[in-house]
Design a protein. Structure first.
Length: 117
């Protein structure tokens, strides 16, 4: 198995090399320009919730309507990114109501289902 290496600070301020296992590739597609798109295995999806409810997050300029609102990600396959976003939002809005929810199972829906949003 191949490993990536990353530097990690420990409590005694020393830097150690830690190995991160390579992701498990489920599918791989290479186009004519040699660009590869890979489907990787994930343990779960981690989503940021507010008051135990799913949210969307958008930013926009309040002075001009150009280029319009930008929607940001609130779900990630890495828990660290979700915790960082929840911490940032809790600090920005001076609250503790943003949390991270681990999504493992879910209902599969079709695009044409009547109960889909």
């Amino acid at each position: 198995m191949f490993f990536d290496t990353c530097m990690v600070n420990t409590s005694n301020k020393e830097k150690h090399l830690m190995a991160r296992p390579k992701p498990t590739i489920i599918l791989d597609s290479v186009d004519k320009q040699y660009n590869s798109e890979q489907i990787l295995d994930a343990v779960a999806i981690y989503a940021v919730y507010y008051e135990n409810k799913p949210i969307n997050l958008r930013t926009m300029n309040t002075l001009v309507n150009y280029p319009g609102p930008k929607y940001k990600k609130v779900s990630f396959s890495n828990s660290g990114h979700a915790f960082n976003l929840a911490d940032r939002l809790n600090k920005k809005f001076n609250t503790d109501k943003f949390s991270v929810v681990k999504l493992v199972d879910g209902q599969t829906i079709s695009r044409n289902a009547k109960d889909s949003d």
